[in-house]
Design a protein around this ligand. Structure first.
Ligand code: ADP
Ligand code: ADP
Ligand code: ZN
Length: 212
């Protein structure tokens, strides 16, 4: 089966998806990670996505859907965790069509991570990433053992440009306008499940496991 993991920016989607791929032998598709990698490598996709990502706006649906299509096509047998995709109803409909056209594993659950806005702001402003492997840290709740250095690969720790307060507010608006309506979309399909995203990441992961 495949799973959609959605929720506001900073809800902990990436953190939980990484635990799930290990536990469930699944393939992680994070459109945000894919855009950041393309931007780092200055590929045509990265150059196209950059102005949207840096300003906190959504990358156009046609670009994002094209990217996901390529990733699924490269691994049709995969059991996917879609993290941060779909973010619009157009993307949600396109994803269903892609999966059925390519005979890929269907979406059995759309898991929504619920976290209140004030908590999201603290998670986002304190988030740090490894420039080399993408590992996620937090200045308060998950600092690296050696300041500025990734525990996993010794890479350099940095702050995402779009995790600044100004861009965060644009991202939260994009979320309310475009992504929150997906709750109803997946409720109608009978796939929607809300998971409480507060508390220790391991406790949140236990809630996922209990449900699944
Ligand atoms: P977060 O983890 O904070 O929710 P992501 O890493 O998923 O953020 O996404 C970062 C940025 O990449 C978004 O603000 C947006 O510009 C772009 N992006 C990621 N996924 C999508 C998508 N499905 N549709 C459009 N834009 C996307
Ligand atoms: P998303 O992919 O939804 O944007 P992330 O998984 O990147 O969210 O998490 C955002 C920030 O919050 C990161 O710095 C991460 O370390 C931290 N974080 C994630 N889950 C929790 C949690 N349950 N409690 C406290 N901090 C968390
Ligand atoms: Zn690293």
């Amino acid at each position: 089966m495949s799973i959609v993991l959605f929720g506001p920016p900073g809800a902990g989607k990436g953190t939980q998806a990484k635990k799930m791929i290990v536990a469930g032998h699944m393939t992680h598709i994070s459109t945000g990670d894919l855009f950041r990698a393309a931007m780092k490598n200055e590929t045509p996709l990265g150059l196209e996505a950059k102005s949207y990502v840096d300003s906190g706006n959504l990358v156009p649906d046609s670009v994002t859907i094209g990217l996901v299509k390529e990733v699924i096509a490269a691994n049709k047998e995969g059991h996917f965790i879609f993290d941060g995709f779909p973010r619009t109803s157009t993307q949600a409909e396109a994803l269903e069509k892609l999966i059925s056209d390519m005979n890929a594993n269907p979406i059995k659950h759309a898991l929504f991570l619920e976290v209140p806005t004030d908590v999201l702001a603290r998670r986002l402003t304190g988030r740090r990433l490894c420039r080399d492997c993408g590992a996620v840290y937090h200045v308060d709740s998950k600092p690296p053992s050696v300041p500025g250095q990734c525990d996993l690969c010794q890479g350099e720790i940095y702050q995402r440009k779009d995790d600044s307060e100004e861009v965060i507010s644009t991202r939260l608006d994009a979320y309310s306008k475009n992504t929150e309506p997906l709750k109803e979309y997946y409720q109608k399909k009978g796939l929607f499940v809300e998971i409480d995203g507060q508390g220790d990441p391991e406790d949140v992961f236990d809630r996922f496991k209990t449900y699944l």
